[in-house]
Design a protein around this ligand. Structure first.
Ligand code: NDP
Ligand code: MG
Length: 388
């Protein structure tokens, strides 16, 4: 694939107006062989309209019904079909000619379209970690049954995936070393975090991401979600988190002979996104060269789970299994929204997750409906807990 003339890959991008979505389209702009079959947004129809006119997908979906109506009028002069709502998102995920679906929507809204895309035999380039956190047992089983690949887009999981290439047996893996930047409040103690504002928490030192994942990075909820995501992608619970402030070593695998293989790169999501789309080949990329001298020294530390208690809660959810990770995720989604709207304090986020995990009973092997019900219950619990 050195010259990319014969490279062709038909994809759909769910969440194309977000951080991962727009970076995916930047790669498609660079490589004409990446053909866009469907796109989706929640409400940003201005950007979705521009994307539709540029990439000429067969289908776009706006999950917000009002926005969908408006976009339908605006795109009336094109051949692009406009779908709406949850069913529309599933329609976009199942668009006939797409081989791979990039799941870059935020939150549990990614779960059902991903499941339906797998049933339609699409490969999944998975950014939406909440899908595996809440429904990992269903998604991985369906992927096996339908013979489709789940290719990680999350930078840490892409690094682990790349580090495992050539590994012939799962028994040779000792553990996964999952790196974390530590976020903007690294080194602070609980007392220092009492009055943190959304503006402060939305400032990530190394990555430019959507609001929810940025807040999650600052609380280490994101790392907790990633531990659970890694459990499903790599079928091991032996996962250790290391704080690595420079975000250059994207993660590592330690093998039984104590050798460690890592993947390094500049903090730039385009590499893991592109690799998920071109795997097992690699394509040239401009502007993300890594000069290790610039980042020297590379450091590794234990996470401070007294201050960032959400990480331990994620390990509890992982150990408990079943519907527990859906409680962890749903409570966090509701709490982050409330924090961003000024309704709860920063420290309330982790406390809300802990309270929801104590209060909500879950099943061992939940069905999709039970997962969605657990998600609703966790969100409702957090909203009520703080309003009353
Ligand atoms: P953004 O918030 O930037 O984008 C989210 C996308 O999803 C937008 O297109 C948005 O549409 C759409 N969306 C929002 N709410 C809904 C909903 N309820 N139903 C359907 N679509 C919705 O998020 P990111 O791109 O940062 O993250 C996307 C996913 O990728 C998350 O799961 C995140 O954890 C994961 N991820 C992100 C990384 C990053 O660097 N950003 C790194 C690794 C993983 P609209 O624009 O109209 O609101
Ligand atoms: Mg990540």
């Amino acid at each position: 694939m050195e010259n990319n003339a014969e490279f062709e890959h038909k994809i759909s991008v769910l969440g194309s107006t977000g951080s991962i979505g727009t970076q995916t389209l930047a790669i498609a702009r660079e490589y004409k062989g990446i053909v866009i079959e469907a796109l989706s947004a929640h409400s940003n129809i201005d950007l979705l309209e521009k994307q539709a006119r540029e990439f000429k997908p067969k289908t776009v979906c706006v999950t917000d019904e009002k926005g969908a109506k408006e976009l339908k009028i605006r795109l009336a002069d094109t051949n692009t079909k406009v779908l709406s709502g949850k069913d529309g998102l599933i329609g976009a995920a199942c668009e006939k000619n797409a081989k791979t679906i990039v799941t870059a929507v935020v939150g549990i809204s990614g779960l059902e379209p991903t499941i339906e895309a797998i049933k339609a035999k699409k490969n999944i380039a998975l950014a939406n970690k909440e899908t595996l956190v809440t429904g990992g047992h269903i998604v991985t089983r369906l992927a096996r049954e339908n013979g489709v690949k789940i290719l990680p887009v999350d930078s840490e999981h892409s690094a682990i995936f790349q580090s495992l290439e050539g590994c012939r047996s799962k028994n040779e893996i000792k553990r996964i070393l999952l790196t974390a930047s530590g976020g903007p409040f690294f080194g602070k103690k609980r007392d220092d975090l009492r009055n943190i504002t959304p503006k402060q928490a939305l400032k990530h030192p190394n990555w430019n991401m959507g609001a929810k994942v940025t807040i999650d990075s600052s609380t280490l909820v994101n790392k907790g979600l990633e531990v659970i995501e890694a459990r499903w992608l790599f079928d091991t619970q032996n996962i250790k988190v290391l704080i690595h402030r420079q975000s250059v070593v994207h993660s590592m695998v330690e093998f039984i002979d104590n050798g460690i293989i890592a993947q390094l790169g500049a903090p730039d999501m385009r590499l893991p996104i592109q690799y998920a789309l071109t795997y097992p080949s690699r394509l040239k990329m401009k502007g993300n060269e890594l000069d290790l001298i610039d980042y020297s020294p590379l450091t590794f530390e234990e996470p401070d789970t007294n201050t960032f208690s959400a990480l331990d809660l994620a390990y509890d959810a992982l150990k408990k299994g079943g519907g527990a990770p859906a409680v962890f995720n749903g409570a966090d989604e509701a709490a982050v929204e409330m924090f961003l709207n000024g309704k709860i304090s920063y420290l309330d986020i982790a406390d809300a997750i802990a309270a929801a995990m104590d209060a909500i009973k879950t099943r061992e092997d939940p069905s999709l409906d039970e997962i969605l019900e657990t998600d609703r219950a966790a969100k409702e619990f957090v909203r009520r807990h703080y309003i009353s």
